[in-house]
Ligand binder design. Structure first.
Ligand code: ADP
Ligand code: MG
Length: 665
């Protein structure tokens, strides 16, 4: 380090042993001393460093050259300084230093009180301090703008409750006048808690913060602005501490949450209403469901009442129909019987009336048989069943009826579509199934006056066989379709009997099947009969024994004299030997006495002293070879076939009676 040569009289300072050189170098200032001619006589190292001037007293550099890198003219300052110590000024002057621009506080002072003895230059580098100040003020400005843009109201209070700062939002809170203290703020706001209790001033969040409490998220209602509408604000207040931890004031931040609160309230209300609505809707749904249930019950009840009515009506219709047909049959019989009596002597007349009686009786019997086939719905008896090929039945019925189709369809052309499957085999009675199909074909033809298409189809599934009769005729209305199976229901007036479908229904039921109608008015009708399919391992078809003329020894038990005599005459006319009895007891006696035993027993069921079944089972047990059977007007009871070899239904058909009696045991 260069020791500056000092030409000053430091002894004047009067501190013995004080090394002024050390002071000169030690202070953090650039120092330079100029003599009375304003020539540089001495300078410290900091001066050299600042100005780049090497302080060499020999060069006698002028003061005006001693600051070559000052970026301002120092002349004025030097001149002012020369006027005396009272005029000392300190001026910040920028210097172009090799490290960059520096700001130097420059001071020129006269070295003697009288002046004119020289000047001292002191340069204090304040660049860093200035930078700091600048940064600080920039930061403060930033903070202030932040303070102002905050959408909440921010107020700073001192310990006395005076407002020391308010941001822009806070200034807008009270358009009628700014509160300068907490008391004024409290008076203007008239704050209340949300449940409506007014607040004392010492309860104000700011007052509490000034006592050291941190107040967080307190909701208050205040009155501000012209309309005096209460606002909801959320208040936070913090005490402000100094470095010693002493409370210096408080900062209070208020946020207007009126809209938010209203929204929340509206939302809550909405949720409540939705819940209420949901509740109402579900009660309504329940009510509707109950109503539907009630209505359904009512409807069901109504339906039942209707169907009961229907059934009653059907029974009435059945009775009326039977009566009508029976009367129709009886009238000619009675007339003929009368005439017969009157003309008993005339053999031609007798024969003629006999024929008429037989014909009328036949008609009556046929009706009864048809009604019977409808009523009889108990399953078939196993022995009488046989496998029946429905496709074969179809072909038979077609062959039988085809010549009459055109006539039945009143002159139209009938196209026939045949679609018959192999193996459409059901178990049952071929004759009955044939009759059922015949009825369906007749109905189809009736429906196609003027021609159309008749289709017969059989199909086979694993468990069922189906028989379909399809026509392109007039079809049925819903009402007709519903009633079509009722006995004596007809839409054909005098031309119809109303027994066809009733009979079909009875037959199908007896065959453990069911029937379906599909029909569209004007388009046509399909009637489908569905039967369980006969399993393949059925015993082979039992061929009916042909009727033979063999004389049999017969016991006939019947209490009704007409019937008994009629049957006896019939059997005897066929060459049999016939004994008769009128009750169980008599029948039994005859059976036991007979030698050789009777070959055939024919017994009525309803006898005065008991049931014909008892007689039949007795006989069969005693004489197993004997054929024993019943004649009855009643429906055979279930299992009856196991007791008898045959059952004949009244009115007895001549041919059936003769066939059964002649049959081989
Ligand atoms: P009927 O033929 O004597 O009238 P049914 O018992 O056979 O008696 O039929 C009852 C009623 O059902 C018929 O009068 C008719 O109205 C209706 N019907 C039956 N089959 C058909 C069909 N194929 N097309 C249209 N209507 C039908
Ligand atoms: Mg018919």
């Amino acid at each position: 380090m260069t020791q500056p040569s000092v030409g000053l009289d430091f002894a004047r300072i009067g501190i013995p042993g004080l090394r002024l050189e050390a002071l000169f170098e030690g202070v953090p200032l650039a120092l330079a001393v100029f003599d009375a001619e304003l020539r540089l006589v001495s300078a410290n190292a900091r001066y050299g460093e600042l100005t780049g001037v090497a302080a060499k007293p020999s060069t006698k550099m002028s003061i005006y050259d001693a600051f070559p890198n000052a970026l301002a003219d120092l002349t004025d300052q030097i001149d002012t300084a020369l006027r005396g110590p009272a005029a000392i000024t300190t001026v910040p002057v920028p210097f172009q230093h090799r490290s960059g621009r520096r700001l130097i506080e420059t001071t020129f002072a006269t070295l003697s009180e009288e002046g004119g003895r020289g000047l001292l230059f002191a340069g204090n580098d304040v660049s860093e301090r200035e930078d700091l100040r600048e940064t600080l003020s920039r930061n403060v400005a930033q903070l202030e703008s932040i303070f102002d843009v905050i959408p909440d109201s921010v107020r700073v209070f001192d310990t006395e409750g005076r407002t020391v700062r308010s941001n822009t939002q806070a200034l807008q809170d009270h358009p009628s006048g700014q509160p300068s203290t907490l008391r004024e703020l409290w008076q203007l706001d008239r704050p209340r808690t949300v449940d409506g209790t007014s607040l004392f001033m010492h309860e104000h969040p700011t007052a509490r913060a000034l006592r050291g409490e941190r107040v967080r998220g307190e909701t208050l209602a205040v009155r501000r602005g012209a309309d005096d509408m209460p606002l909801i604000i959320e208040v936070n207040s913090n005490p402000l501490y100094d470095e010693q931890g002493k409370i210096r004031g408080a900062v209070t931040v208020e946020r207007d949450v009126t809209v938010k609160t209203q929204l929340a309230k509206a939302l809550e209300e909405e949720a409540r209403r939705t819940a209420e609505l949901y509740e109402r809707v579900s009660t309504e749904a329940e009510r509707l469901e109950r109503m539907v249930q009630e209505r359904t019950q009512e409807l069901l009840a109504l339906q039942e009442a209707r169907s009961r009515e229907r059934r009653l009506a059907a029974v009435g219709q059945l009775a009326a129909g039977v009566m009508h047909d029976v009367n129709n049959a009886l009238n000619p019989i009675m007339a003929a019987a009368y005439l017969l009596e009157a003309n008993a002597e005339n053999p031609t007349a007798v024969r003629d009336y006999a024929v008429r009686i037989a014909k009328a009786a036949e008609t009556g019997a046929a009706t009864a048989a048809r009604v019977g086939r409808f009523i009889r719905q108990e399953p078939l008896q196993a022995e009488r069943e046989e496998p029946v090929d429905l496709s074969l039945v179809c072909d038979e019925v077609v062959a039988m009826t085809r010549p009459l189709w055109a006539e039945r369809a009143r002159g139209g052309v009938i196209h026939f579509e045949r679609e018959l499957a192999e193996g459409a085999v059901a178990r049952g009675i071929a004759g009955e199934l044939r009759e059922a199909l015949l009825n369906l074909v007749q109905n189809a033809l009736d429906a196609m006056a003027g021609g159309g298409t008749l289709g017969l189809r059989t199909t086979v599934t694993e468990s069922e066989v189906r028989l379909e009769v399809r026509d392109s005729g007039i079809g049925m209305s819903a009402e007709v379709r519903e009633r079509a199976f009722e006995p004596f229901f007809t839409t054909k007036g005098r031309a119809g009997t109303g027994l066809g479908l009733a009979e079909v229904y009875g037959i199908v039921k007896r065959h453990r099947g069911h029937a379906e109608i599909e029909s569209t008015p004007g388009i046509g009708t399909t009637i489908r009969l569905i039967f369980p399919r006969a399993s393949q391992q059925q015993p082979p078809e039992v061929t009916e024994a042909p009727r033979q003329r063999v004389a049999r020894k017969v016991l006939l038990v019947e209490d009704h004299p007409d019937s008994r005599e009629f049957m006896q005459a019939l059997l005897e006319s066929d060459g049999h030997k016939v004994d008769t009895a009128t009750c169980v007891q008599e029948g039994r006696a005859l059976l036991e006495q007979a030698d050789p035993p009777y070959e055939v027993l024919v017994s009525d069921i309803g006898l005065p002293d008991g049931s014909g079944w008892d007689l039949i089972s007795f006989a069969r047990e005693r004489w197993p070879a004997m054929r024993a059977g019943a004649v009855t007007g009643w429906e055979p009871r279930a299992g009856a076939a196991a007791v008898g070899d045959f059952i004949l239904r009244k009115p007895v058909r001549t041919s059936e009676l003769l066939a059964q009696v002649a049959a081989e045991g």
